[in-house]
Design a protein around this ligand. Structure first.
Ligand SMILES: CCC/C=C/C(=O)SCCNC(=O)CCNC(=O)[C@H](O)C(C)(C)COP(=O)([O-])OP(=O)([O-])OC[C@H]1O[C@@H](n2cnc3c(N)ncnc32)[C@H](O)[C@@H]1OP(=O)([O-])[O-]
Ligand SMILES: NC(=O)C1=CN([C@@H]2O[C@H](COP(=O)(O)OP(=O)(O)OC[C@H]3O[C@@H](n4cnc5c(N)ncnc54)[C@H](OP(=O)(O)O)[C@@H]3O)[C@@H](O)[C@H]2O)C=CC1
Length: 308
């Protein structure tokens, strides 16, 4: 990995972490071809990491990989991106994802269980098949990947895992299946953090609010205006950016988080701690935004729109 001046070229990414931080590291990012996962993949590559992205749909993976490789070439960085098709609900495919990665790259340092999702529905209307699909994707898939990463590599060599939760702290109306599954992920994260500490494996999670402006997330709900007005009820008076999730993930993967395990970081502008209407905050301006397209300035705060 180069440590040349290329790091300092003007880019559409400007990680707050030091160049080369993840050189000689190998990561798996599930759902790494779209939305938040694509952002995490880009930041890891930018910091020198070898990244394997994995999800179900070959065309999505191919499109995402092409975009990421073109972007990487333009940055002047050299890092390796590899693609593996894998449904995290399929035990055999998960086993193969881990074994392929270890065989090809000789190790596995980081696992980011980002892939997941759900559909909107009143809980009373969810069919068992739909309930199982969502729980298997978000909770069982996370369990399978953690278990295989641990048993096939991390138990003997150490490693770091970051799981994906969501803003389900007060329940999750219309996403009851996913809320329950992510609450399970938070609990599993605590358990594994304790059980695997002896192997030098740290397990943490991030919990983005329902406010991270990801184009694919909006498209999934068939409504690009799904994020409209969301910022009004958030103490920081704005939605969040994909980059604000990526940097939390990179921190948890970094040596700076060496004494943190079993933890879930909320990335929600204080939303999950805000109880309305008992006490309503006075109107205020949006807070400063962190994104790769704009610096920390007031203009950016008016409309964070991730292009990731
Ligand atoms: C908004 C801000 C917050 C954002 C948060 C995010 O997470 S953003 C990230 C957002 N990104 C994502 O969410 C992406 C990932 N999400 C997905 O791929 C799907 O939502 C999945 C998790 C259900 C997996 O799907 P799959 O490929 O295994 O499944 P399948 O299609 O074969 O369905 C299986 C069963 O589920 C049921 N069912 C499914 N859809 C609906 C519905 N609309 N309505 C009702 N029910 C529905 C149905 O029972 C169906 O079987 P049936 O009865 O028809 O025979
Ligand atoms: N955006 C937001 O506001 C929030 C998002 N989240 C969570 O963050 C994560 C990323 O979301 P976001 O980037 O916004 O949305 P996306 O829809 O872009 O991301 C979902 C990703 O997960 C992959 N995926 C879904 N199911 C599976 C599966 N069974 N096996 C492997 N991969 C799978 C998809 O790829 P493919 O279709 O190819 O399988 C896709 O790349 C998700 O877990 C999401 O639920 C949590 C809170 C808020």
């Amino acid at each position: 990995m180069s440590t040349s001046k290329s790091y300092y070229k003007p880019l559409n990414i400007s990680s707050v972490f030091r160049p080369g931080l993840f050189e000689n590291r190998v990561a798996i990012v599930t759902g790494g071809a779209t939305g938040i996962g694509k952002g995490i993949t880009k930041e890891l590559l930018f910091l020198g990491c070898t990244v394997v992205i994995a999800s179900r749909k070959a065309d999505r993976l191919a499109d995402g990989a092409e975009e990421i490789r073109n972007w990487l070439a333009n940055t002047g960085q050299r890092a390796t991106l590899h693609v593996v098709q894998c449904n995290v609900r399929n035990e055999d495919e998960v086993k193969k994802l881990i074994s392929t990665t270890v065989q090809k790259f000789g190790k596995l340092d980081f696992l980011i269980n980002n892939g997941g999702g759900q559909f909107l529905s009143p809980t009373a209307d969810i069919r068992l098949k739909g309930w199982n699909a969502v729980v298997e994707t978000n909770l069982t898939g996370t369990f399978l990947l953690c278990r295989e990463a641990y048993n096939q590599w991390m138990k003997e060599h150490g490693g770091t895992i970051v799981n994906m939760a969501m803003d389900m702290w007060k329940g999750y109306p219309y996403m009851g299946h996913s809320g329950a599954a992510r609450a399970g992920v938070v609990n599993l994260t605590k358990t594994l953090g304790v059980e695997w500490a002896q192997s030098n494996v740290r397990v943490n999670a991030v919990a983005p609010g329902s406010s991270i402006v990801s184009p694919t997330a909006a498209a999934n709900y068939g409504n690009v205006s799904i994020f409209d007005g969301v910022g009004e009820n958030i103490p920081m008076k704005r939605t969040g950016t994909v980059e604000e999730v990526c940097s939390a993930v990179c921190f948890l993967l970094s040596p700076g988080a060496a004494f943190i395990t079993g933890e879930t970081i909320r990335i929600d502008g204080g939303h999950s701690y805000y109880i309305t209407p008992n006490f309503r905050l006075p109107d205020s301006k949006p807070t400063d935004v962190y994104s790769w397209q704009s610096k920390f300035d007031a203009d950016a705060a008016k409309g964070p729109q991730s292009k990731l």
